[in-house]
Design a protein around this ligand. Sequence first.
Ligand SMILES: Cc1cc2nc3c(=O)[nH]c(=O)nc-3n(C[C@H](O)[C@H](O)[C@H](O)COP(=O)(O)O)c2cc1C
Length: 207
Amino acid sequence: MVNLRFLPSILSSKVNCFRRCGGRGPTPLAKSSVPFLQRLKSSSVEEIMACLPFYTQGEIVKGFGRGSKELGIPTANLSESVVDSLPKALTTGIYFGLSNVDDGEVYKTVLSIGWNPFYNNTKKSLEAHLLHAFPKDFYGSKLRLIILGYIRPEMNYDSLEKLIEAINSDIAVAKDELDKSEFSLFYNDKFFSMPAKDGTGTLCNGN
Ligand SMILES: Cc1cc2nc3c(=O)[nH]c(=O)nc-3n(C[C@H](O)[C@H](O)[C@H](O)COP(=O)(O)O)c2cc1C
């Protein structure tokens, strides 16, 4: 279990990362992630692993709105200040984790960190797709997210269909991985219900 002793003070401070005291090492990355990880330099793999699980939270802001309209895969974009405070070690790519909106139920989540090469964005973003059909947009709401595993690098595709296919495959990977017992405790993590003084903050649980 992740040591949460330091969370409240860190969430209300400017400190973005902390090292976990004692306990187990970094959460092992999912077996299905290995082929993708092998494409990364081993130093990157170690750096990512040292950062997981990664806790972050912030206000949901408007993206370009293509997730819902063009892809049929709505995403919650975290604010620029959260994206800017992500550690360098959390390299751009596609990850899976768990998240909730405004203290609500915790859902399986896939997310993208980066520049969306298919759209050639000029600003780095963190976009989370929660595996739940929400009835409406939740701009201005608070997203809490625990990133638990890495799936693949961001890629460009020669068609919108191929991008959608890749994201659907990420969703399938996330569903499978997040059913594994190694992640079960995170569904009830105190982080999802704890009061926070401010709306933002990122926590890197290295070993
Ligand atoms: C699981 C997942 C995987 C993604 N993979 C890629 C990718 O490989 N390449 C890419 O350009 N964009 C990728 N994206 C980002 C989408 O292009 C982006 O969510 C979409 O453009 C909507 O952005 P918007 O809400 O800012 O309009 C991914 C998004 C998610 C949620």
